[in-house]
Design a protein around this ligand. Structure first.
Ligand code: C2G
Length: 132
């Protein structure tokens, strides 16, 4: 069984998120998604609209996803790979070459997939502000 792992905030779930989850699952048989906790997001200066619990429930409902775990810090990834017996870590292209992921190549394959153009959580928020 080939096991895949990806990380993200997955706030205001949109087609860009669905596309990365779909393509990540297509690379194997079992997809683990580490969803950033609200506390971890605060360290990224990100404030999600939906709470971690709600984002977890929403991502768990996506048919490509087999397991959701919390992402609580930058340092947990090697343990995640070992604990869940991960073969491939998948991230969107905006992370390509990042030192936050390249070092994982010692422990698993790391695959960066093209981002879905024209959609992002911040774009949704900006557009909604305009329509007030
Ligand atoms: N994504 C995408 N296309 C978009 C938007 C997002 O492919 N239009 C991908 C991102 O590249 C990422 C995943 O969807 O792989 C989740 O995106 P975010 O929720 O924005 O997560 P991010 O802030 O990148 O957090 O430890 C890593 C972080 O937790 C990643």
């Amino acid at each position: 069984m080939k096991k895949i792992l990806t990380y993200g905030t997955f706030d205001l779930l949109h087609v860009g998120h669905i596309n990365i989850l779909k393509r990540a699952k297509e690379l194997g048989d079992y997809l683990v998604v580490a969803v950033s906790t609200d506390e971890f997001n605060a360290t990224k200066n990100k404030k999600a609209y939906h709470s971690y619990e709600d984002r977890k429930q929403i991502v768990e409902s996506v048919k490509y996803v087999d397991l959701v775990i919390p992402e609580v810090n930058w340092e947990q990834k090697i343990d995640d790979i070992k604990n869940y017996d991960i073969d491939i870590v998948v991230m969107g292209g905006d992370w390509a070459g990042s030192d936050k992921f390249e070092y994982l190549k010692e422990y698993a394959d790391v695959v960066y997939l093209p981002r879905t153009e024209g959609i992002s959580t911040s774009l949704i928020k900006d557009d909604l502000k305009k329509t007030k």
